[in-house]
Design a protein around this ligand. Sequence first.
Ligand SMILES: [Zn+2]
Length: 314
Amino acid sequence: MLRAVYKNLRLFWKYHLTGYPGKGPEEETELGIYYLDFNLDEYYRKILSFKKLYAISKIAEITYRDKKYPILKINFKGIKTNKKLLVIAGIHGNEQAAMMAIPEILKELRSRFSRYREMEIRIITPANPVGATCKSRYNAEGLDINRDFVIFRSREAALIKKEVEKFRPDFVLSLHESPQKQGMFFYANKFVPQETAVRIIKFLKENKFSLTETDYYGRKLKIAGYSPLGFGFAILNRLWKKFIKAQTMGAYLSSIKIPVITVETPWRSSNKEERISGHLAVFKQLTDSMLRQSGRRKVDEIPRIGKAQSTQAP
Ligand SMILES: [Zn+2]
């Protein structure tokens, strides 16, 4: 009993309270990750096989033990674009299905180009390449990139911020996995239109995706699979930011009023297909919903980026 309490406290400290959770990249052994047949070199090859179709560039190379690991930016641009979506995959290097969904998304764009012709879609992956090769949540310095959106100690978090400022997306889709017993869910910050969330949840239900009743924080969800980040999270986030100087990418994006959906498929599941297709399904429903919302926000309605409002949390 005491041992269990101690273990939970230690995991809570490691996941939520410390700025330097690891000494370097660390393979997770306590939270039951079912690893898929992910191989980083093969992942790069798969993505680069699309280079005739999309503009693919290296936005950085992270050096670890004398080897260089690129972070790639893939850009898809339709014909008459008026919607911009930024997709981030692999901030946590051990959430393999989140990364493995990207080639599937690229195939989807290729096969249904005309459907996406009004969109510009930019993808950053693997956002934590050293973590990806070491099956680690953390980067080469042992930092959790997705807690580093206050001080930006990690190069990876700073790069994402720079890309957000340059691209100024209308929407961000962040792909993750997490330790719930079974079933996927997604977080939506308060800028996500309700109709978008409803569309996604309806689709997942109708297509028999397994949906969890509790989210990452153990909160019971009113609607299985859907975790709206409201007032309680805003308070928690302000405390977190103030005292621990930690903030997730989602909270940072909320502070600059960008709608963000974070998909969390269950890393304990051995059902590779379902883990990957969960991400693809949310991508399709989200883009569908973005395309249905007519027109683009006027330029002066787009919030200035860089002026983070500390009172605004997700
Ligand atoms: Zn994650």
